[in-house]
Design a protein around this ligand. Structure first.
Ligand code: DX5
Ligand code: ZN
Length: 214
C-alpha cells in the first residue's frame, strides 16, 4: 500500500499544530527544511521540528535541503525526526555516508535525496545503507511547481535496484504529486508520495489523502 506524506510547507504556519492535525490520516508528516544556501528559500528548522513533535503520533519525515547536512542531522534526530533524508549533492560521498551513520546511531531511519538533474546512479554508493530514497520530481525550493514526468525512468531504475538487491528501502517521490500524477509515480515504483499543495489546497484534506493513496 502506498504511503502518503503531506508536506507542511503548504500548511498555514500561523496554525501549524492545527494543520498537522488535519493530516492525521496520512502516514508521515513531511517537513521541508531549507537553508537559503542549498536551495534559494528558507523555511523551518530544528525548533519547529521540536514544537510539532508532540502534536502528532505520525512519524516526522524530515527532508534536509541544507548544505553539508552532516553538521545538523543529530540535532534533527534529537528534535524528534523519525526519518531524515540528505541530498547527495549537498556534500562529499564520505560526509553523506557519515550523515547516514549518525542518523542510524540515533536509532532513526536515514536516506538520500536526488535533485532532478542528478542521475539515478548517484544513489548506488549509499543504497545498501538507506531506509528510504527520495527522488525529486521538481527542483527543490518551493511548493506548488509542476510535476516533472521525465523523472519517472529514474524512479523505475531505482525501484529495480531496490528489488534486485532485496532491500528494505522505501522509494519516495516529492514535487507536483497530485491526483493526476500519482498513478505514474506508483506505476514507476514509488511507494511513498509527498504532496503539499495537493493536500492542503483540497477542500477535504482527508478525502484527498485517501484519493492519493488510490
Ligand atoms: C520542494 C519540497 C516539496 C514541496 C512539495 O522543495 O521538497 O516537499 O513542499 O510541494 P508540492 O506537493 O506542492 O509540489
Ligand atoms: Zn520535500
Amino acid at each position: 500500500m502506498v504511503k502518503i506524506a503531506p508536506s507542511i510547507l503548504s500548511a498555514d504556519f500561523a496554525n501549524l499544530a492545527r494543520d498537522v492535525g488535519r493530516i492525521a490520516s496520512a502516514d508521515y508528516v513531511h517537513v521541508d527544511v531549507m537553508d537559503g544556501l542549498f536551495v534559494p528559500n528558507i523555511t523551518i528548522g530544528i525548533p519547529v521540528v521540536k514544537a510539532i513533535r508532540p502534536t502528532t503520533a505520525l512519524p516526522l519525515d524530515v527532508h534536509l535541503m541544507i548544505d553539508r547536512p552532516v553538521r545538523y542531522v543529530e540535532r534533527f534526530c534529537d528534535a524528534g525526526a523519525d526519518l531524515v533524508t540528505c541530498h547527495v549533492e549537498a556534500d562529499t560521498e564520505e560526509n553523506t555516508r557519515a550523515a547516514l551513520a549518525k542518523i542510524h546511531a540515533r536509532g532513526k531511519k536515514a536516506g538520500v535525496v536526488l535533485k532532478p538533474k542528478t542521475p539515478a546512479e548517484a544513489v548506488l554508493p549509499f543504497l545498501d545503507d538507506c531506509d528510504i530514497v527520495l527522488v525529486m520530481t521538481v527542483e527543490p525550493g518551493f511548493g506548488g511547481q509542476s510535476f516533472m514526468a521525465d523523472m519517472l525512468p529514474k524512479v523505475a531504475q531505482i525501484r529495480a535496484w531496490i528489488d534486485e538487491r532485496g532491500l528494505d528501502c522505501e522509494l519516495e517521490v516529492d514535487g507536483g504529486v497530485a491526483p493526476d500524477t500519482r498513478d505514474a509515480c506508483v506505476n514507476a515504483g514509488a511507494d511513498v508520495l509527498v504532496a503539499g499543495s495537493a493536500v492542503y489546497g483540497a477542500a477535504d484534506v482527508c478525502a484527498r489523502i485517501q484519493e492519493l493513496r488510490g
